[in-house]
Design a protein around this ligand. Structure first.
Ligand code: HEM
Length: 135
């Protein structure tokens, strides 16, 4: 215990960052993609659960609420933005999920491949989300 105390007081004295200290890492595309995969996964789970709970507890049905949104006349820009905001996490998580599954079978681990597949996923996600927005 005494050794541990010495260890921690030395770290504090030398102003060493304590683990976990992700701030020491230089941000990279694969790193951002990884956190976005988690973010979109958790976001999708939350959104689907909220949708399911709403379907159970709200008094009216889906077409009624859709009409309600239409009647607000928020304009095509905001509607488009909202549609993109839904389409992007779905597209991104699906394409990046396929990238993850490739890793799970041992493919695509070389650093240039990680970047290439990463940029492909980002590109496909943007194109797919724009296409879905205009549906
Ligand atoms: C609405 C549908 C989906 C939901 C709600 C969902 C949700 C999630 C969540 C919560 C995670 C855990 C994220 C983390 O803690 O790191 C996850 C991970 C994952 N998802 Fe999805 N997901 C969905 C669709 C998909 C699809 C369509 C694919 C594949 C094509 C996919 C592939 C994966 C993979 C491979 C992982 C594990 C990533 C890892 O190894 O860290 N998901 N998903």
């Amino acid at each position: 215990k005494e050794e541990m105390n010495k260890f921690w007081s030395k770290n504090a004295r030398l102003n060493r960052p304590m683990s976990p200290h992700i701030t020491i890492y230089k941000w990279s595309v694969p790193m951002m993609m990884s956190i976005t995969h988690r973010g979109t996964g958790v976001g999708l789970s939350g959104a689907i659960s909220a949708f399911a709970v709403a379907a159970l507890v709200l008094p009216d049905n889906y077409p009624y609420y859709l009409d309600l949104i239409h009647s607000l006349s928020v304009g095509p820009f905001l509607i488009g933005l909202a549609k993109f905001g839904i389409a992007f996490p779905v597209s991104y998580h699906t394409y990046n999920g396929i990238r993850h599954l490739c890793w799970d079978i041992g493919k695509g681990f070389k650093i240039p491949e990680v970047y290439r597949t990463g940029y492909t996923v980002i590109g496909l996600s943007i194109v797919t989300s724009i296409a879905l927005t205009f549906l």
